[in-house]
Design a protein around this ligand. Structure first.
Ligand code: C2E
Ligand code: MG
Ligand code: MG
Ligand code: MG
Length: 282
């Protein structure tokens, strides 16, 4: 019976696996199709200076809606796009959309905003990534200084020298570089100190518990200090309450992004939001 059980377990496992494969295959086909049709769009989330309440920028976040109306979260489809190499094409489309949105914001009179765009590790495997981005910025007639690329910590660990050169090349043409989800990766500070960033983004998971958990508070404190010492702007992501904003402001965190201020939204909605926005200093 043990053997039987073993076989049955094997079959069950195999079936579950097949279902998974089928699901992923379907999603992959749909993804491929949506990318071909340039059907994945960006939503924009405001970033605010905590002390003054001024809007300093927006982050572009990928949004995918299936023909049946179902939204697929980026945490589901970005990894598929990365695993299949589709991220190169998708990332470029989203970058172009972001430049165009920035253009529209500038034309509407919001000329001091910075546009944050997430880039995947795989996009840096294209050795001409800097030229590609440069070209899209030129096509959109945008000042590079208004573009901020966001890379996660783990990116630095692969191909360190290549990445360092690419990030430096981006900064040399005035593109800002932010380190995203800071504190969640496994990179050593020794590595990180050899890279230059303009901004640290503190991961939401620490912000969630910052006013209730001493551990989270200690980590956030340290990251803010680190940012100050290295002359980097520090932004907290996932700020949902006024208490969190106040806590961060008291400790010298510059900027914040989160539902307390606004959710990510399509450009037309953002324009209305900006028009009605009343800054409240903390
Ligand atoms: P991220 O870059 O760290 O983006 C922040 C995520 O936190 C976004 O989730 C945003 O919607 C969410 N968020 C912001 N404020 C709050 C809040 O107050 N409460 C809560 N609960 N959530 C908040 P989203 O849009 O689901 O994106 C998840 C991740 O997917 C992003 O994390 C990023 O790593 C990746 N991603 C999204 N768009 C792109 C893209 O265009 N390219 C690449 N390579 N990755 C992307
Ligand atoms: Mg990001
Ligand atoms: Mg982030
Ligand atoms: Mg995050």
């Amino acid at each position: 019976t043990a053997k039987k059980l073993g076989i049955r377990q094997h079959v069950t496992y195999q079936q579950a696996n097949d279902d998974n494969v089928a699901y992923h295959f379907e999603l992959l086909q749909a993804l491929q199709h949506s990318i071909t049709c340039n059907d994945i769009h960006i939503a924009l989330q405001p970033q605010v200076c905590i002390k003054t309440g001024e809007v300093v920028g927006v982050e572009a976040l990928a949004r995918w809606t299936l023909p049946n109306g179902q939204n697929v979260p980026p945490l589901d489809f970005i990894p598929i796009a990365e695993a299949t190499g589709l991220i190169t094409q998708l990332g470029e489309q989203l970058f172009v959309q972001s430049c165009q949105a920035l253009c529209a914001l500038n034309e509407a009179g919001y000329t001091n905003l910075c546009m944050g765009v997430n880039l995947s590790a795989m996009q840096f495997e294209q050795e001409n990534i800097v030229d590609i981005l440069k070209q899209h910025i030129a096509d959109a007639n945008m000042p590079p200084g208004q573009i901020e690329v966001e890379v996660t910590e783990s990116i630095a660990m692969q191909n360190f020298e290549t990445i360092r050169k690419q990030l430096n090349d981006l900064r040399s043409i005035d593109i800002r570089v932010a380190i995203d989800d800071f504190g969640t990766g496994f990179s050593s500070l020794a590595y990180l100190s050899k890279l230059t960033f303009d901004r640290i983004k503190i991961d939401k998971s620490f912000i969630d518990n910052v006013t209730s958990d001493d551990g989270a508070a200690a980590i956030v404190d340290s990251i803010i200090l680190l940012g100050q010492r290295f002359h980097m702007n520090v932004i907290a992501e996932g700020v949902e309450t006024k208490e969190q904003a106040k806590w961060l402001s008291d400790r010298g965190c510059h900027d914040a992004q989160g539902y307390f201020y606004a959710k990510p939204m399509p450009l037309p909605e953002l324009l209305t939001w900006l028009k009605n926005y009343q800054k409240t200093p903390l």
